[in-house]
Design a protein around this ligand. Sequence first.
Ligand code: FEO
Length: 598
Amino acid sequence: MSTVKKVTDSIIYVGVNDHKIDLFEGQYDVPNGMAYNSYVILDNKIAVMDTVDINFTHEWLDNLAEALNGKSPDYLIVQHMEPDHSANIANFVNTYPNAKVVGNAKTFAMMAQFFGTSFEDKQVVVENGGTLNLGKHQLTFVFAPMVHWPEVMVTYDATDKVLFSADGFGKFGALDVDEDWACEARRYYFGIVGKYGAQVQKLLQAAATLDIQKICPLHGPILTENLGYYLDLYNTWSSYGIETDGIVIAYTSVYGNTKKAVELLADKLKAKGCPKVVVNDLARCDMAEAVEDAFRYGKIVLATTTYNAGIFPWMREFIDHLTERNFSNKKVAFIENGTWAPMAHKVMKGMLEGCKNLVFAEPVVTIKSAMNDANKEQLEALADDLCQDYLARSPQTAKKNDMTALFRLGYGLYVVTCNDGKKDNGLIVNTVSQVSDNKIAVCINKRNYSCHVIEQSKELNVNCLSVDAPFDIFKRFGFQSGRTVDKFQGMETAKSDNGLPFLTQYINAVLSLKVENQVDLDSHIMFICSVTEARVTSDRATMTYTYYQENVKPKPQTEGKKGWVCKICGYIYEGEVLPEDFICPLCKHGAADFEKIQ
Ligand code: FEO
């Protein structure tokens, strides 16, 4: 049955469906076949857009003849030289010897490699942005290198507002099979073009300047409606964004023990409100489907066995597929299994080292042969970490009084310096904000000696700590009182015009402030100040509270200890019950800033 059909009044589809194929590009399973699309533009001059796979020469030439209806084509436009589209160039030239062949310099170089000739006497070589006038139809060629080969170009027909998009917006599946577009387009995209997100982004930027009403790809259906949907998906895919909320678990299991852990985790994730949990057994599922899922969801669990001092082969292949395609912007969790020397976690994490913007979930679950009770608890904790956002969304499961939410405010950390008339003093604060064009608010705990000093002196300096500040600075200014010690002893400082000291290292700016007003906030006093001097001292990034917690504060040595640990300084209180009025002897924070050692 002929596949010829009108796209517009003067553009005719002449592509073919392939149901004989077993593996597309020698590797992709295509249960619903494949379409190789080709188009004819009928005008004063007639152009044919690309050819088809070598196994469909006669079907395609028949389609072409039907569309041409006795006329002869003037041009064959070659947008892509991969053989699924270019294989019949020589057959076209033999059938229509008067037609010219349109391509770019790279197209013709490849043509010589494939056919032993680049058809010199028929060449029309176009540049990026070059045009071809067919009469009514004005075609513009836009180079799209690496979407999916370096010679690829797409073609815009300004008359019918059609974008001929080469492999872009293509999918697996023949056109005589009705199936969801996104599923097979996503598998096609990540399998074939996934590595080239940056290049696809460039193409999308070029497309955004055009009025496009139809997209005619070289595979898959012609897109005619709701183009924003397809463009949005391509934008998400090519920017490695998260398309669907949920978690994918990819695993291998030799004797079923890793599988049991995966199944338990999947149950826990569902119970905690994860909107979608996808489980892929890498030894049995379609690898391209697993790869597509890895890019589709924002979180992934990798579970595998230690094998030959490395990891199980299917997992190695899977991670290779991800890293080759610039896997990034995900939360990743690990479950490893090993009977005598488990090292799958180390190997998997090492393989992901070059990936950008990955966050790793805690804890790593290490199974020794078969799951034990400790593993079950670890899986529970891992599910909590992975579902943190889902749990917080639900009114039933959200912790509504989790004051650590305050730590997520974008606090910087500062040394506030002052002078009590006899000596300089300083303390660490995280409560400095610009509150109007020329006013800064600084809140200081009344328990701190500096609060008392500033209430009287009405002057202070705010030293903005930078990320190179060591933990010693926090100990010096944060863990002792200026009433009893000289915090500046042995430390080099400089003075601002108000006579107060500022640090000569570990800061990126210093502000001299004069107190204009103050507000009593029970535990703290808010000093509202004007700026009398402001100096930038380095270009290093500002030390934030989060940066301090993650990179500066030493990890408390809690192993083997029972009791409570101070989240601010790491002090350990060894005892079953922490008194409610307990004050940390190091940093002077109260019981609320302690957490139980697990
Ligand atoms: Fe459909 Fe890259 O060829």
